[in-house]
Design a protein around this ligand. Sequence first.
Ligand SMILES: [Cu+2]
Ligand SMILES: [Zn+2]
Length: 216
Amino acid sequence: MLRLLTITLALCATLSAAAQTRSTPMEAIATLTGPVQADNTQVKGNVTFIQNDCGQSVHVRIQLENVKEGKHGFHIHEKGDLSNGCTSLGGHYNPDKVDHGAPHHEVRHVGDLGNIEVNSTGIIDITYSDAVISLNGKRTIIGRSVVLHELEDDLGQGNHTDSKKTGNAGGRIACGVIGINSDLEEWPCRDGGAGALRQSMAIVTVVVGLILSRGL
Ligand SMILES: [Cu+2]
Ligand SMILES: [Zn+2]
């Protein structure tokens, strides 16, 4: 009996692990450019987003050059409208209509990704993950935009009147629209996708475990 229990649990664990890993992750990319700066340079680069499964964190890779040394506010803005350059992209993506904050704050805009800190080379290549933004579902960031600001985002902690709205991060020095960059024929997750499958497998594991342990 114990042997059967072990085999069943192992099988369930394998199945839920298999459901956890999509062979093709959801990927998106934004190509950033900005207005020509006073020293005749222009910020440019890419921001890529990878989400391995429904409901998981999004890995964000930021690769930029010609950025002035220091901290710069970095956000997802609500629109993908480049008709008037970076200025027509709307405000921070904020479906909950709450105050501006830091990425790790309980209260933040969905689009609040904080600051990036660039050294004297003007080049940055960093990767981090964020659990609030998503590439799928009602709050997808696809079709919206990425904006890099001139100044440091005060993360809602400043005295300026704009602190709780924008972090007072100044002008927009680069931006780009977030588009799909994946071979997926269909974007998953609309009906819960692999996330739901994984959840049901976990329930099956527990139930089978209970039944078998009673039988022992
Ligand atoms: Cu912004
Ligand atoms: Zn914000």
